[in-house]
Design a protein around this ligand. Structure first.
Ligand code: ADP
Length: 261
């Protein structure tokens, strides 16, 4: 009987290792790990504005006789942190939903030239107010099947960044055209640029080259990861290059065919 027990154990262990190998646990473990990191980073990002708001409210409570007018600085700072929390939670929600395929792409046929004009128009005004030059070159005179809201969001992410990471006097250019049977958007700036070692990471969640600069300009390190999700869902590609003599060029291209649902 001892021999039989040993043989049975041996057979079971062989069977178990075969099943585990077939299940291929590595990608599952990696995805768990990524999910854990996402939750930890999200909690950390939420804590910073919450701590500021808590401190401001506590300070206000220590001076109950002050009028609202005397507390404007605390109120303004709290409000700006509440706004940050608001945009952070909607970004987190979008990414969490995209992970579980709950965010659907809603495509429709869109006349691209007028659509792109309306999306970028406010940016030429913002650039003007910041003493920056804004150039546009839209050569996409056709209808394409896209998720209008998401492509709008995508362009806003790149243009917001172009404005955030440039100084006064900089030039920001937006172009749209058809190249090699693909339609292409390009956002160029003459700003601080992205070092080669950071280029591969800027699309990672929460990745920021300069955390304090990003935070000061309202960034949370999620913009480009949302952009990447929108690009993937339209079967697109994105590249990051240096703009000479300085700045960054983001080139995003999509097939001219219908995007996947
Ligand atoms: P953030 O909210 O910090 O801007 P993003 O995901 O949009 O987050 O971008 C990630 C990081 O990539 C930024 O923190 C910044 O360091 C870098 N980055 C993005 N766009 C540019 C740009 N146009 N010029 C220089 N750096 C950029």
């Amino acid at each position: 009987t001892l021999l039989w027990t040993m043989v049975t154990f041996w057979l079971i262990s062989i069977l178990l290792s075969y099943v585990l190998a077939r299940l291929n646990m590595r990608p599952i473990l990696r995805s768990w790990q990524r999910q854990r990191e996402f939750v930890a980073n999200a909690a950390h990002e939420l804590r910073t504005p919450l701590t500021v708001i808590q401190n401001k409210l506590e300070m206000m409570l220590t001076r109950p006789n002050d009028k609202v007018m005397d507390q404007t600085e605390q109120i303004t700072m709290s409000l700006s942190e509440v706004r940050r929390l608001n945009s952070l939670t909607s970004d987190l929600l979008l990414l969490a939903r995209s992970d579980s395929d709950m965010t659907q792409i809603r495509t429709e046929s869109v006349a691209m030239a007028p659509f792109l004009e309306t999306v970028i128009q406010p940016y030429s005004e913002i650039a003007d107010s910041q003493d920056k030059h804004f150039e546009e070159n839209i050569q996409l005179d056709r209808d394409l099947v896209i998720d209008k809201q998401r492509i709008h969001q995508l362009i806003v992410i790149f243009l917001d960044n172009a404005l955030k990471y440039t100084e006064a006097g900089a030039t920001i250019s937006f172009s749209a055209r058809v190249v090699n049977n693909r339609w292409e958007l390009q956002v160029k700036d003459t700003g601080i640029g992205i070092k080669d070692q950071d280029k591969a990471h800027v699309f990672d969640r929460f990745y920021r080259v300069d955390k304090s600069r990003s935070r000061a300009t309202g960034g949370n390190g999620l913009g480009l990861s949302i952009a990447k999700w929108i690009i993937d869902s339209h079967r697109g590609k994105v590249t990051v290059n240096d703009n000479h003599p300085q700045g960054t060029i983001f080139t995003i291209s999509f097939p001219l065919t219908k995007p996947k649902k």
